[in-house]
Structures are given as structure tokens and as C-alpha cells.
Design a binder for this molecule. Structure first.
Ligand code: NAG
Ligand code: NAG
Ligand code: NAG
Length: 911
């Protein structure tokens, strides 16, 4: 009795203790500010260091390349400038030292092997002040002024983007280290603090090559709205940084990150998109070193020096990229619409390949599921509570002492049987594989990587030892293709024992996280393959790591099966290999809200398969927050619940009956929309257009939508407004576009409203609307896992617009293999409703067989009841279909057309 009470008391105390240290927030002193970073301070004020000028004598224009010598009017140092015109409204600008003392790093493994071809320049006017050149095939013109040096891009007659309008072009050439101060052979800047050595938090960066920063500013004319440069827990519409630190891109493991903050996080994509009602443009700064990004709008009074290009009073936003090293290599995208910029960027860095179908379903994770009994219990409980679930996840504790590619044999003695039990109900398993390698001579991975010399080295040439989960650890040098290859080979089944084709991979801690390193990562003066400093490639370490994992998945299935990989760290192009989540968030309402801008930023920067830990990683969500999080995340691309090891268990059935029911509903709703998600991801691979997108993306002239951050679209069809406040009775929904109808997906109530509107909310769902004019494919027989639903019948929801029309698509394939590419084994249907007839028409070459058939068509917003509905198949067969009309709701249900989804068909109404 006594004992039980004491136990209860202790567990309460324990719960309080656990929740205390979790609420302290980020330790800012661990992470540098711009002022604590020498190159940031210098580059931010580059305009004061003197201007650049183009030497017209050296101008060469041949084919797609304009080349010239640029010189810095202060230091007189000369550089090679190149401007290349590419297909599809893309330009590439480069600036390189003519003769660097040490080779400067050029980013590999980010651009696709085949990037758009060049298009020819025509040199037009030339004068002592500058020249113009145009590309006939893309209709763009550039105007280059010699001194001060500027490059202005025009679409037609309109000035759209200017480079160096603020004279922030900056290039610190390599130089000899002054032997001693006062010898007189070096200009003053060489002796500035931080140019040859810099200390922070007890670490000294030796900078053997001295300062090597590069920077450039991009002005987007007519614009005030610019997005991108993920990953930050900050606004989607990038805030002005005039009175704050610049936005920082430096992949870091930030413990308990804070919201509304430009501090660096786990991923870095140096790409921005500028949005105006007239045009969408963009820029991509291809540099993997630490980068700071300043954003300033013309209203903030910093664009004075633009006088020769900008008419007074014109709106503009300037984005200044500044990197610690590397070369200046950047791209400008001329749009003109959001999906054009996505495509232009996708042609350079690739699209998200169609993921395996299960990965779009619901994932159940925690640090940790303790053992195989725990896994079995959790999996069984999902069935018991009638909640679908596709993937169980195992965090670091499943390994033998944090040695990846191994199992803790006591907790998981029968991993194969455990996996088989999961796959028997269509489920999969994900195991974690981190890049830090335990220092343990009995661990084959450590021994072999040591023998092969594949670890990152110190500047003295020894293997670099850091501290991470396993204790003393080493870090493979993934810049070296041999290290990626070595890792790839570890995934084959006879190496990674106890796994099967149904086991997928989670790459965490790949910023890389080094507990005892400067800013919890690697020192910048470590040495990679080819004598490259870590400084040069830091932001792409995680990217290079997931490349190896991806190769491993391809290798183990001999190229048959699509990989599924989740990564925490990412760089431009990582979308080709992995999904991403927003890292270690917290069980707070603000973090739920932040999942929207964070994933939107990643989406428009190409990384479209994004999600946030449902419930929040740190802390314990109460029932209301947990339910709201499920409701929001069920409409976000990557849908996974995850929690810190010190949090209370939070599987859905541990909440009360009404909360459990709401969580069940949210997850089941996700499953009903899986055909839509899969279709959107197929289209994402084909077109670069992200499935989760900002509301302005498809309504680019709706200027009020440019600042909407608390809702998003799923495709062009669903408008989703998460509820991210406790006790909310109303939310303010922005309905984008003009003359649009929106239908509540549950009540089918029509909203015929433009702009923002107060919508009452209850606990049972969040506001989600289907756009009038869209057709959504759904599956309404929810089973234990998506695999079990593969051949299930389809319901189409036809929501009509003002003209009583609608259209949509449906993509189907085997869900797992690459046959859809090689053998074109897939089905891509287009549905068009013209008010009289709904047709289903196959867009791919026929041949793919499916068991799936058309079970029901629901017409939403039908103001008139048709007399009859007739099904016509291409063979000429006609059949009268059963219908049901609810006049009060304008809802018409057509029952059992029964056609196979691979067939062409029509349903014709008689009035
Ligand atoms: C697999 O499922 C069977 C039947 O439920 C069970 O007896 C067995 O313990 C499970 N094995 C593992 C490793 O979970
Ligand atoms: C579940 O908990 C919430 C508050 O957290 C409460 O409002 C609700 O009534 C509870 N439901 C049941 C069935 O206990
Ligand atoms: C589909 O509908 C949109 C408007 O909702 C329209 O712009 C588009 O042309 C339509 N496509 C087809 C194939 O009918």
C-alpha cells in the first residue's frame, strides 16, 4: 500500500523532473552570430571595400557564354567573370580567381549530370558604359554596366532582377600569409582580425588559406515577397534582416531550437523565390560553405545606390548571399510563374523521385521502441484500435552499443521474425543509421574504414575523433566516392544482417553532429578527400551521406526497388535521395504552427517530401495539442509521430477515448487521400511542382496570399488550415483566387468568398476545403496498411466550379518498383467534367493492369438533379447507374460505375 503510493508519488516527481530541463530552450552561446564570424562582418559591409568594374577590352561573347575580366577597384585584383544563358529562362553567373594560390572548391554532386543546354547570346548595343545582350530563343535581355559593375535581367522590356545593385559583390582572393606584421608586402585588410585564425567557444579555426569569402546581392524588382533559404524556424515570407542577424545557412544540430529566429538549423538550401502578381523569379547560390543571407526591402531604405536602375518609389527586395569560401557560382530563374521557377530549379538539381507508396502513409516512431515485443505490441494495438499504420521505426537504441548495421541481440533476437510479422499485415520497418562510427576495434565498420583511410582527417593528417552517441567516434569522409561506396555496400542483406527488402533507412545526426565540436559540429579546418577543407563543403556533408545510403538501397535490390530514406540534414539536390523532417521540435503550439512555414520553405526550395514530428519531439503534448497536430500533419507530405526518450509514451490509445477517436479519424482521413498524395508525388517527379505548396503558388496574382503562413495547399485541390491554438473557436481562413468555390470536405458546404473569413472550428476536424473545379481520387475502405489497400476501389470527388466543370488526375502503379520508368507500367488517368459528362481517359500507353475499379462518384455543388446518369464504355456498352441526390447539400452520388480504373469511360447526365 505504502509502496504503491510512494511509487505513484515518485512517478509524478519524475514526470515533473523530466518536463523541467526540456523547457529551457536553445543555448545561444553555443552558436555564432554574424558579429562573431569575421567574414560575415566584412562581407556585410563589402560595399565600403570598393567596387568592381568590368574591363571592356576583355569582353568575349561566344555562343552561350559572355566572358570578361572583372577587377576590384580597391585591390586591383582581377577575376574571371562568366555569364551563361541556358534553356528555359535560366542564367548562370560565375566569378573565379584567375590564378588562385590554392584551388578553390567547386561544389560537386549537386547539379544533375545533364543540366539545361546553353542558348546563344546576341550582343546588341555597346558603349563605354556597358552593353546589352539578348537571347532570342528565351526572350530575355541583359544589360551590363562596366563601372560600377551591374548585371540587369529583363523579360521583354521589364527589368526583373539585378545583380550587385548594392555593390555587395565580394571576393576575397587567396593570398600569401603575411610572415610578420609590418613587413609591408600586404595590404591592410590581410591583418584584419579573423583573416588567418579565428576562435569561438574554446575552439580555434586555423584558416591555413586565409580569408576566402564570396558574396553577391540579387535585387528582385517590383517585389516585396521572397521565400526560401531553408531551413529555419522562422517566417515563410522572409523577414527583413536590417536590424537582426542575417539568415544563417550552416547545418547544425541545434538542441531545442527556438521559433521566429534566423539561426541555422539542420539543412541548408541557398535558393530563393521572389513572388509578384506579375512575375515569379528566383536565384540559386551554389555554395556549400557557411552562408549568411541578408534580406532588405526598398522600403527599408538600403537601396539608395540603385539609382541608375530603379525608378524612385519602385518596390524591390534585395537578397544578399555571403559564403565563407568556394567560388561564386549562381543561377537566376526568370519564371515567369511559381511552377516555372520550380521547374527551372528542378532541371538543375533534380526532382523528388516518386517515393514508394507506403512512405506516404502513416509512420509510428519513438526513441525508442524498446524491443521486439514492444514493436509487436504497438503494431497489434494499432489493429486493435482500428488505426491504420504502415511503418514502425527504430531509433539508436536498437543497435548493439550504437554500432550501426547491428542489432542489440538481447532486445531483438529475432529481427527477421519481427519484420515478417510486420510485413504480414503490409507494414515496413525503418532503422536508424547515423554517420558517426563508434571507436571500437571489434566493429568491422570502424576497422575497415580505418584501414581504408576513409575517415575525415585533422589538419595534421590523423583520423578526426569526435564525440557522439557511441562516445568516441569517427566520421567517414563522404566527399570521397569510396566512402559512399563503402557505406552503400553495408546495406546489402548479407552485410546488414537481420534486415530484408522491407527495412528502410533513417539518416540522422548528419550535419554532422559532433557533441564536442565547435557549434556541435566539425571543425572547419578538417581535411577531406582531395585536400578539401571541411569549411568548403560543410553544408553538403549530410547530402553526400544520403547519396551513399541511396546507392546502398539501389545496390541491395539490384536497382529494382525504390529507396525510402529520411534525412535530417540536407542541401540543394537532396530531394533526389531522401525525405526530410524538421528535426527536434517541441510539444508546443508554436512548433505545430511552425511546421507549415518550415515545410513550405523546403518545398519551394525543391525538398518536397517534408514533415515535422507529430506531437513535438521534446516534451509531452496534451490531448488537444496532440489531436490538432495529427489533424495538421495528416495533410503534410511526411506524416510521422516521434518522441524523445524522456517523454511519456504517447501511442494514440494512451490518450482518452474522445482524443483517440479524433486521432484515429485524422490518420484514416490521410489513408483515404493516399491516391491523391501518390498522384501528386508522381506529378512532382514529372514537373518539379511540390505537393504541399503555398496558397499563392497556384493563385500568383492574389497578393493578399503572399503573407499567408498558417495554411497551405495540397496540390491544386485542397486548402488546409491547421488549428494551432489551444481552445480555438474560430480561425481566419484565407480563400485564395477570384471567383473560386471552396467546399468543406466534411460537410460539403460551399464557401463562395474571396480573401479572409472567420471560420468556426470544433475539435472534430480542422478546416479543409476542396477547390471547386477539382476532382480528387480517394479510397474509402480503410485497412490496416496502405499495401492492403493497393487494389481497393476508387471514389472520385468531383467539386464543380462556377461553370459547373472540374478536372483531376489519378496515378497508379505497383507502388514499390522502378517498373513505372523502365517498362512504363503505370496508369495515369485524366478526369474531366464539363457539366454534362464526366470522362476518364488514360494518358499513358495502355497495358498496366490494376485490380482497382471505380466504386462511386460524388459530385459536390450540383445545383440540379439530373434525370439519369448513364455509363458508356469504349466498347459501346451503356448502362444506367444508380444515383442519389441530396438537394439540401447539392450532393449527387453516382453508385457503382464498376469500371476498371485502367479503362476509358464516360458518365453522361440527362437533365
Ligand atoms: C510474431 O508473431 C507471432 C504471432 O503473433 C508471435 O508469436 C511472435 O512472438 C512474433 N515474433 C516476434 C519476433 O515479434
Ligand atoms: C478527454 O480529455 C479532454 C481534455 O483533455 C476532455 O475535454 C474530454 O472530455 C475527455 N474525454 C473523455 C471521453 O474523457
Ligand atoms: C482543368 O481545370 C483548370 C481550372 O480549374 C483549367 O485551367 C484547365 O485547363 C483544366 N484542364 C482540363 C484538361 O480540362
Amino acid at each position: 500500500m505504502m509502496k504503491a503510493r510512494l511509487g505513484g508519488l515518485l512517478s509524478v516527481l519524475w514526470a515533473i523532473l523530466l518536463s523541467l530541463p526540456l523547457m529551457n530552450g536553445v543555448d545561444r552561446s553555443k552558436f555564432r552570430t554574424c558579429a562573431q564570424s569575421a567574414f560575415c562582418g566584412r562581407g556585410r559591409n563589402a560595399a565600403q571595400l570598393g567596387a568592381f568594374a568590368l574591363d571592356p577590352e576583355t569582353l568575349k561573347a561566344s555562343d552561350s557564354r559572355i566572358q570578361a575580366v572583372l577587377w576590384h577597384t580597391g585591390s586591383q585584383i582581377r577575376f574571371r567573370f562568366e555569364l551563361q544563358a541556358l534553356m528555359d529562362g535560366t542564367f548562370r553567373v560565375g566569378l573565379r580567381e584567375a590564378f588562385p594560390l590554392v584551388p578553390r572548391f567547386e561544389v560537386p554532386n549537386v547539379l544533375l549530370d545533364e543540366t539545361p543546354e546553353g542558348v546563344a547570346w546576341t550582343l546588341e548595343e555597346q558603349s563605354p558604359e556597358g552593353f546589352t545582350a539578348s537571347t532570342a530563343s528565351t526572350g530575355h535581355r541583359v544589360k551590363i554596366s562596366h563601372a560600377p559593375f551591374r548585371v540587369a535581367f529583363f523579360a521583354g522590356e521589364k527589368l526583373r532582377v539585378t545583380l550587385n545593385a548594392r555593390d555587395l559583390l565580394h571576393f576575397e582572393a587567396t593570398r600569401e600569409k603575411p610572415v610578420q606584421a609590418g613587413e609591408g608586402q600586404e595590404a591592410a585588410p590581410a591583418q584584419e582580425p579573423g583573416m588567418w585564425e579565428e576562435s569561438f567557444g574554446g575552439n580555434t579555426d586555423s584558416k591555413p588559406h586565409g580569408a576566402q569569402a564570396v558574396g553577391l546581392d540579387f535585387t528582385f524588382h517590383g517585389s516585396e515577397d521572397v521565400y526560401g533559404v531553408p531551413e529555419h524556424a522562422d517566417k515563410f515570407n522572409l523577414p527583413d534582416t536590417g536590424s537582426t542577424d542575417p539568415i544563417r545557412l550552416y547545418n547544425l544540430d541545434v538542441f531545442e531550437y527556438e521559433l521566429d529566429n534566423p539561426m541555422a538549423l539542420y539543412a541548408a538550401v541557398p535558393m530563393v523565390m521572389s513572388q509578384t502578381a506579375e512575375i515569379t523569379t528566383g536565384a540559386f547560390w551554389l555554395n556549400a560553405a557557411e552562408t549568411w543571407v541578408d534580406v532588405s526591402r526598398s522600403g527599408s531604405g538600403v537601396l539608395g545606390s540603385l539609382s541608375n536602375l530603379v525608378t524612385q518609389g519602385e518596390k524591390s527586395v534585395n537578397v544578399h548571399f555571403l559564403s565563407e569560401s568556394g567560388v561564386l557560382d549562381a543561377f537566376i530563374f526568370m519564371g515567369p510563374r511559381p511552377h516555372d521557377v520550380s521547374r527551372q530549379y528542378g532541371q538543375l538539381t533534380g526532382n523528388t523521385p516518386l517515393p514508394p507508396a507506403f512512405s506516404l502513409a502513416y509512420h509510428q516512431c519513438r526513441w525508442n521502441y524498446n524491443d521486439q515485443e514492444d514493436v509487436r505490441m504497438v503494431s497489434d494495438k494499432f489493429d486493435e484500435h482500428d488505426i491504420p499504420m504502415d511503418i514502425m521505426w527504430l531509433d539508436i537504441e536498437h543497435t548493439d552499443a550504437k554500432k550501426y548495421f547491428t542489432w542489440d541481440g538481447r532486445k531483438f533476437p529475432n529481427s527477421l521474425e519481427m519484420i515478417q510479422n510486420l510485413t504480414a499485415v503490409g507494414r515496413k520497418l525503418v532503422t536508424i543509421v547515423d554517420p558517426h562510427i563508434k571507436k571500437d576495434n571489434n566493429y568491422w565498420v570502424h576497422k575497415e574504414l580505418t584501414d581504408l583511410g576513409l575517415y575525415v582527417k585533422t589538419k595534421e593528417g590523423n583520423d578526426y575523433e569526435g564525440w557522439c552517441w557511441p562516445g568516441a567516434s569517427y566520421y567517414p569522409d563522404f566527399l570521397n566516392p569510396a566512402a559512399r561506396e563503402y557505406f552503400a555496400q553495408q546495406y546489402v542483406y548479407d552485410k546488414y544482417q537481420g534486415t530484408t527488402k522491407d527495412v528502410f533507412t533513417w539518416n540522422d545526426m548528419n550535419e554532422p553532429s559532433v557533441f564536442n565540436g565547435p557549434e556541435v559540429t566539425m571543425p572547419k579546418d578538417l581535411i577531406h578527400h582531395g585536400n578539401v577543407e571541411h569549411r568548403d563543403l560543410h553544408n553538403m556533408y549530410g547530402h553526400l551521406y544520403v547519396m551513399g545510403t541511396f546507392d546502398g538501397h539501389i545496390l541491395r535490390s539490384e536497382g529494382q526497388q525504390r529507396p525510402f530514406i529520411l534525412t535530417r540534414s540536407a542541401f540543394a539536390g537532396s530531394q533526389r535521395y531522401a525525405a526530410i523532417w524538421t528535426g527536434d521540435n517541441t510539444a508546443e503550439w508554436g512548433h505545430l504552427a511552425a511546421s507549415v512555414p518550415m515545410c513550405l520553405s523546403l518545398s519551394i526550395a525543391g525538398i518536397s517530401f517534408c514533415g515535422a514530428d507529430v506531437g513535438g519531439f521534446f516534451g509531452n503534448p496534451d490531448g488537444e495539442l496532440f489531436v490538432r497536430w495529427y489533424q495538421a500533419a495528416s495533410f503534410q507530405p511526411f506524416f510521422r509521430s516521434h518522441a524523445h526518450i524522456d517523454t511519456k509514451r504517447r501511442e494514440p490509445w494512451l490518450y482518452n477515448e474522445s482524443e483517440l477517436k479524433l486521432i484515429r479519424n485524422a490518420i484514416r482521413t490521410r489513408y483515404s487521400y493516399l491516391p491523391l498524395w501518390y498522384t501528386l508525388f508522381y506529378e512532382n517527379e514529372m514537373t518539379s511542382i511540390p505537393p504541399m505548396r503555398p496558397v499563392w503558388y497556384d493563385f500568383p496574382t492574389d497578393t493578399d496570399a503572399f503573407t499567408v503562413e498558417d495554411e497551405f495547399m495540397v496540390g491544386t485541390a485542397l486548402l488546409v488550415h491547421p488549428v494551432a491554438k489551444s481552445g480555438a473557436s474560430h480561425v481566419n481562413v484565407h480563400f485564395p483566387g477570384r471567383e473560386q468555390y471552396w467546399y468543406d470536405i466534411l460537410t460539403h458546404e460551399r464557401i463562395d468568398h474571396e480573401g479572409s473569413m472567420n471560420i468556426p472550428v470544433k475539435m472534430d476536424h480542422i478546416p479543409v476545403y476542396q477547390r471547386g473545379g477539382s476532382i480528387i481520387p480517394k479510397k474509402e475502405r480503410i485497412r490496416r496498411s496502405s499495401a492492403l489497400m493497393h487494389d481497393d476501389p476508387i471514389t472520385l470527388v468531383v467539386a464543380v466550379d462556377k461553370d459547373n466543370t472540374a478536372n483531376g488526375t489519378l496515378y497508379i502503379d505497383d507502388g514499390i518498383s522502378y517498373d513505372y520508368r523502365a517498362a512504363k507500367k503505370s496508369l495515369y488517368m485524366q478526369f474531366v467534367f464539363d457539366g454534362q459528362r464526366l470522362s476518364g481517359h488514360q494518358l499513358h500507353t495502355p497495358g498496366y493492369q490494376t485490380g482497382s475499379w471505380l466504386e462511386r462518384v460524388v459530385f459536390v455543388g450540383m445545383e440540379k438533379e439530373p434525370k439519369s446518369a448513364k455509363l458508356m464504355s469504349p466498347t459501346g456498352k451503356e448502362e444506367v447507374l444508380g444515383t442519389q441526390y441530396e438537394a439540401r447539400k447539392n450532393l449527387l452520388t453516382v453508385r457503382k460505375p464498376g469500371v476498371n480504373m485502367a479503362e476509358d469511360w464516360e458518365i453522361v447526365f440527362q437533365y
